[in-house]
Design a protein around this ligand. Structure first.
Ligand code: PLP
Ligand code: COI
Length: 340
């Protein structure tokens, strides 16, 4: 293991690792692909990715388990979501089994950068695809590149499990029938103005409401919402314009099967938010980050769980999920993909 890194002080930033996976699509097919040490991409100035933002990505993590294995969590779901994103942006999909093999290959090649068990850090894996050949009329590219790089990361929000403050955002991230349900770079470009503004105003994230009626909770710029009711139900927003978070889908199973909770995936009206006991953001990067305060145009809603620590249910959910990921709690069949 790399001895020059202070794993427990890592934030969520880019630390280059030695190897990345690259495969190219040309003349109607993806090549075999393989590892490279070159972190730079040289493309034509008119490449589809630069002109019309034809790019999609994924995010997952590799963990070192309590008994010394290196694993990833449900990479088959990332493979399938990347395929859905590709279809929506007219990118030729990458074979799902080969995706999982490529993830394993690149993690194994960067094995020394998988943080130690118990450090709180993990190796973030970023697969992505882009249109590479020149495109000037508005149309999909004919040639593409698929890459996967890895970077060791700590908590997404400074302070780790300390509750964050968010604000209701007046900008929309995704439209009905738009691209909010896939992982396209363009969705994140849409959110940049709003996140900088939120940070300038002292908030950690934006709560986006549904663009059509502005009455329902959607998600944040990089995570889905979970809420806990005062009678201990897990409630999570259902919408066609949010990303189908793998963490959220897993937490619904954890809540039901491991914690015996009732789970509701349904439309969540913003008006209900003041009545919940706990609120959390969930995602690969966010894991579960507790929300303590939601500011609605100057008016604060404080969750009863407070601003000091994560609420009891979010804590249990987080401990169970991370226990499953790091091998201290038995995982449901097929959730853990052992790399080594
Ligand atoms: N929503 C958005 C907008 C995201 O970027 C992410 C991160 O991937 C998520 C939700 C959480 O998804 P997952 O749990 O699959 O990482
Ligand atoms: C992830 O959680 O993997 C994400 O992609 C969220 C964020 C870093 C954009």
């Amino acid at each position: 293991m790399n001895k020059n890194i202070d794993w427990s002080s890592l934030g969520f930033g880019y630390v280059p690792t030695e190897y990345r996976f690259v495969s190219n699509y040309k003349n109607g097919e993806w090549d075999e692909g393989g590892l490279t040490t070159d972190s730079n991409i040289v493309l034509n100035e008119c490449a589809g990715v630069f002109q019309y933002a034809q790019t999609i990505f994924e995010g997952l993590k590799a963990y070192r388990t309590v008994d010394g294995h290196i694993v990833t969590f449900r990479p088959d779901l990332n493979a399938s979501r990347l395929k859905d994103s590709a279809v929506r942006l007219r990118i030729p999909p990458y074979d799902e089994a080969k995706f999982v093999e490529a993830v394993k290959q690149v993690v194994l090649a960067n094995e020394d950068m998988v943080p130690p068990y118990g450090s709180g850090a993990s190796l973030y894996i970023r697969p992505y695809m882009m249109g590479t050949n020149p495109v000037i009329g508005v149309k999909p590219a004919d040639e593409y590149q698929f890459r996967i790089f890895t970077t060791p990361v700590g908590p997404y929000f400074k302070g780790g499990c300390k509750p964050i403050s968010i604000r209701v955002c007046d900008y929309d991230r995704a439209a009905p029938h738009g691209t909010g349900n896939i992982k396209a770079g363009l969705n994140y470009a849409m959110s940049l103005y709003a996140i900088v503004e939120a940070h300038e105003l002292g908030f950690d994230e934006n709560m986006y409401l549904d663009a059509a009626t502005r009455t329902k909770v959607e998600e944040t710029g990089g995570a889905n919402f979970i809420f806990v009711t005062k009678d201990n139900k897990l409630v999570t927003p259902k919408s066609n314009s949010i990303l189908p978070s793998i963490t959220r889908r897993s937490l619904m199973v954890v809540a039901k099967e491991y914690l015996g909770m009732e789970v509701e995936e349904r439309e969540v009206y913003f008006d209900e938010v003041k009545d919940f006991a706990e609120c959390g953001l969930c995602g690969t990067a966010a894991v579960i980050s507790p929300v303590g305060r939601i500011n609605d145009h100057g008016k604060d809603i404080f969750l009863p769980s407070g601003m000091e620590e994560m609420g009891p249910v979010c804590t249990k959910l987080r401990e169970t999920l991370t226990g499953i990921q790091m091998g201290t709690i038995k995982a449901p069949e097929g959730w853990i993909c052992t790399i080594k």
